[in-house]
Design a binder for this molecule. Structure first.
Ligand SMILES: [Cu+2]
Length: 276
């Protein structure tokens, strides 16, 4: 019994399946991928996730289809238990494999780097001196992590500090994320923002909300016994509502603002402050 050309046959099955499945995945799953489209950065992440999923689909199909193919065509025949023939290297296959996987990994590395640069960090914490900064005016907001809550300071509004994050819609926000004690991580999922909050570090992340809505804030770095309690609901409001809110907050928190240390990029961690 002559063996069919398995490589060619399986290759054809895989190519056809990939050509059908990849566009379906991109069109049907792409629009519902996280984190949604609540900010420019979040929308960019949806695009990136769609690209990654599109690239991963043929890889997944290769593995799954080959398993099914092998189960059907490379079964142990009934009766005698036979050893498969030993395969001692196949230069063409090995070279193809190394080239294809290297190209994929390098493509992803280039794509990821370009997207991070093009989108000013794509919502990630980019350190105290980001490589790129969005042009135009930006509203600075400081995120101060501490065991076990986030508070928010608005340096352009008298350094007022509030317990819940409120942001104006359609404005570029420059988040300055820092910590007063241990390491935390500021994660506003729907906005596509995640930035480490380290003591003595001014970690900058840019985000431009594009939708009036509420969003979750969570700590994404195990930071002690009440880490799980470290969440908050933030709000994106219209610019007019933001102006009204911040004016009220400045009045309401005026006595507390007087007691605060002056606005600074970072603050001394508590023990050092206590130690003088
Ligand atoms: Cu925390």
């Amino acid at each position: 019994m002559s063996e069919p050309n398995h490589a060619r046959r399986f290759g054809a099955i895989w190519v056809v399946a990939s050509l059908i499945a990849t566009p379906l995945v991109i069109v049907l799953l792409g629009p519902i991928l996280p984190p949604g489209k609540a900010s420019e950065q979040a929308s960019g992440q949806v695009t990136d996730n769609t690209v990654l999923l599109g690239m991963a689909t043929p890889v997944l199909l290769l593995v799954v289809l080959y398993m099914i193919y092998a189960v059907i065509y490379f079964r142990q025949p009934k009766g005698a238990v036979l050893e498969g023939p030993a395969i001692r290297g196949n230069a063409r296959l090995q070279t193809t494999w190394i080239v294809i996987t290297s190209v994929m990994v390098l493509t992803l590395a280039v794509y990821g780097s370009v997207r991070l640069l093009a989108d000013n960090g794509a919502g990630s914490g980019s350190g105290p001196t980001p490589l790129t900064t969005p042009s135009g005016p930006k509203l600075p907001v400081q995120v101060i992590a501490q065991q076990w809550a986030f508070t928010y300071r608005y340096p352009t509004y008298g350094g007022v500090e509030v317990p819940h994050l409120v942001l104006p819609n359609n404005r570029m926000i420059e988040l300055h994320v820092t910590s007063l004690d241990v390491i935390h991580s500021f994660w506003a999922r729907q906005l596509g923002v995640k930035a480490d909050a380290n003591p003595q570090v001014d970690n900058i992340a840019f985000v431009k909300p594009t939708k009036v809505q509420t969003f979750e804030v969570r700590c994404a770095e195990l930071c002690g016994i009440w880490h799980g309690e470290m969440f908050d609901t933030g709000r994106v409001v219209t610019p007019a509502a933001f102006n009204a809110w911040i004016r009220q907050a400045q009045v309401a928190y005026a006595p507390a603002t007087k007691e605060l240390p002056p606005y600074s990029k970072t603050y001394q961690p508590e023990p050092a402050r206590r130690g003088g």
